[in-house]
Ligand binder design. Structure first.
Ligand code: GUN
Ligand code: ZN
Length: 428
């Protein structure tokens, strides 16, 4: 066993943040071959039970759950910051050309390593990530994540139409490749597979149907895609699938809405779409820096909470502008505040943090597995320095409540505040 004494940020079952100013975190090797949390809470209460365990004392530091990025494209590191008139020109001019390079497995391996290095630097310990349409891009990311002992979910992009040849796949082969990748990787160590139709406009009816068949055959595999991001995209999707009630309903009509399905964006929804998300236990990955950068619109946090469907935060790099959860939480606050096109709400910092940790885990169907410091959870946690920069030290020192402390971190924090990252499956 190992123990750390520091401040602890964790969440109870209803999502309320709990802060132990003087806390104790104890981890031990778990039954599945990676470390798990044995105890997390108040130091004075817990210390007698673990008096014999080697202890690291980190005064002034905060232990927090590793962040979860609910939607990110590892092949798009070379696309960040590419300006375009909107989603569709951005895909055509920057994204598809960058993804075409992943036909080369060496390029995929290089970028997979860089991607996981960057996630770690920013305190992200789990991601639901897109690969490209090339199966070798999936092998590259899974191999790299496995070596690091990470819990990571990815899948081969399905896109058999309306895509340049270098990234387009072939319907039947794409489904065979998907099933082979599920069998090769899903459930190996901490890895999980996601069936990944890129978005309805890039998939034929037959490809979506095949994806839905696989989703039914492998119910504990994830599903990820995009929906209702941009008005031009929505018009296009509706024209291609005129029999579906809405863009979201296209996925439902093909068996692609269920638990463990995560749709990025979900901006331009009506009340029926929101009700369908809730009924199907399907989750939204909210991508505020991407939506601001590409001019896509503002996710309606108030309507999502009222409708009661699962949602959490995501970077959507390379449409998104940063892998930093601090930047994503700040943008989420600003997008939620926007009150001209929808109701503006002021999300508490504790809620923003939850949406990027325990709430994101719940969206993945992984509550109690990752995203929290609680007994039984995988031991994925980060050590934060609330005095990482002079101004952050000053503002966090002035905080009179947990809310003020976390908001100072969200607004002023960045990778400099992430002192170290502990991954449950890491060797040594
Ligand atoms: N829709 C289809 N593909 C993509 C993508 O790569 N990024 C974003 N933001 N939206 C998409
Ligand atoms: Zn995306």
């Amino acid at each position: 066993m190992q123990a750390w004494r520091a401040s602890l940020l964790r969440f109870d079952a209803d999502g309320t943040a709990v802060y132990d100013r003087d806390g104790l975190l104890v981890t031990a090797p778990g039954p599945q071959g990676w470390r798990v949390i044995v105890a997390a809470g108040d130091f004075a209460t817990l210390a007698p039970r673990f008096a014999a365990v080697p202890l690291q004392h980190l005064p002034g530091r905060i232990l927090a759950p590793g962040f979860i990025d609910l939607h990110v494209h590892y092949p798009q590191l070379d696309v960040i910051g590419s300006p375009a008139e909107g989603l569709l020109p951005w895909l055509e001019h920057y994204t598809f050309p960058a993804e075409a390079r992943f036909a080369n497995p060496e390029h995929a391996t290089e970028l997979a390593g860089l991607f996981l290095d960057e996630l770690a630097r920013h305190g992200v310990t789990t991601a639901l990530a897109f690969s490209t349409s090339h199966p070798a891009s999936v092998d590259a990311l899974f191999s790299a994540a496995r070596r690091r002992g990470l819990r990571l979910i990815t899948g081969k992009c399905l896109q058999d139409r309306h895509s340049p040849e270098a990234v387009r796949d072939e319907t039947e082969q794409s489904l065979l490749d998907t099933e082979a990748l599920i069998q090769r990787w899903h459930g190996v160590d901490r890895l999980g597979y996601a069936i990944t139709p890129r978005f309805a406009p890039s998939c034929s009816e037959a490809q979506l149907r095949g994806a839905g068949t696989l989703a039914a055959r492998y119910p504990d595999v994830w599903i990820q895609s995009h929906v209702a991001e941009n008005r031009d995209e929505i018009r296009w999707a509706r024209a291609l699938f005129p029999n579906s009630r809405s863009y979201l309903a296209i996925y439902d009509d093909h068996g692609l809405m269920r638990e463990r399905a995560v749709y990025a964006h979900c901006i331009h929804f009506d009340a029926d779409d929101r009700a369908l998300m809730r009924q199907r236990h399907t989750a939204a990955a909210v991508c505020p820096t991407s939506n601001l950068f590409l001019g896509s619109g503002f996710f309606d946090f108030a309507a999502a909470a009222e409708a009661g469907f699962l949602h959490g935060l995501a970077s959507d790099v390379g449409g998104g502008t940063s892998l930093s959860p601090f930047r994503t939480m700040l943008a989420a606050y600003e997008v939620a505040r926007e009150g001209q096109t929808k109701p503006g709400v002021s999300l508490p910092a504790t809620r923003l943090w939850w949406l990027h940790t325990a709430g994101a885990a719940a969206a993945l169907g992984l509550a109690g597995v990752v995203g929290n410091l609680a007994p039984g959870c995988d031991a994925d946690f980060i050590v934060l320095d609330p005095a990482a920069t002079p101004l952050l030290a000053r503002r966090s020192g002035q905080a009179r409540s947990l809310e003020e402390l976390l908001m100072a971190l969200i607004v002023l924090g960045d990778d400099r505040a992430v002192v170290s990252v502990h991954v449950a499956g890491a060797q040594g």
